[in-house]
Design a binder for this molecule. Structure first.
Ligand code: S6P
Ligand code: ZN
Length: 191
């Protein structure tokens, strides 16, 4: 996501429409379709078929107007829709913050998981409405929808941390999250 103004904002009341995954007043919104997740799902042939058939929306991000600049705390609602590519559950691209700083996720609706990877260890937190997932500095993070309704969470993160998507493309997340035999499983993904 890229943002606009470097001018600090005045105090701001933001209202979340959790059912819609929107914020008011609104800031930037982003839609990620299957085509935007190239190279991320294990089954590349299934990914290509999905892109060619209807290129579904996998997730959306709606931000408040707080900009991604140092010292500000931008925040956004991510909605991951239910679904899978082959049997790998719908997920965000995942990223590292090049300036390592912590981040907070708050579960809003639905059920999902917060997958984190520090290059050696993988951690998985189950996220439900009201749970907070803490992402320590230096851990790459990806979110996954593990159920059959939209999974929504609020993210609050340091505006100067930046976003590096190439790191996850290159190193993966240590594990993949798949639906199999009626359950959700983490499979090792060594690189
Ligand atoms: C930003 C924070 C989230 C994600 C969002 C989409 O630091 O972690 O707002 O941007 O969940 O995920 P991704 O990996 O596509 O940015
Ligand atoms: Zn982040």
């Amino acid at each position: 996501m890229s943002h606009f103004s470097a001018t600090p904002l005045d105090p701001l009341l933001v209202t979340m429409d959790i059912a819609a995954g929107r914020m008011s007043p609104p800031g930037p919104t982003m839609v990620r379709r299957m085509a935007d997740l190239e190279g991320l799902f294990a089954d590349q042939a299934a990914w290509a078929r999905s892109v060619e058939s209807d290129n579904p929306v996998v997730y959306e991000v709606s931000s408040s107007p707080v900009p991604e600049v140092p010292r500000e705390l931008p925040h956004s609602i991510t909605t991951i829709f239910p679904g899978a590519c082959s049997n790998e559950l719908y997920m965000t691209k995942g990223h590292q913050h090049p300036d390592p700083q912590g981040e907070i996720y708050l579960g809003l609706s639905g059920v999902g998981g917060l997958l984190m990877y520090d290059g050696t260890r993988t951690e998985w937190l189950e996220m439900r409405p009201g749970t907070i997932g803490y992402i320590p500095p230096g851990w790459a993070h990806r979110s996954v929808n593990t159920h059959d309704e939209p999974y929504r969470f609020l993210a609050v993160y340091p505006g100067g941390a930046g976003h590096d998507y190439g790191w996850v493309l290159k190193h993966g997340m240590g594990s993949r999250v798949v639906a199999r035999d009626g359950g959700v499983h983490l499979l090792p993904d060594p690189r």
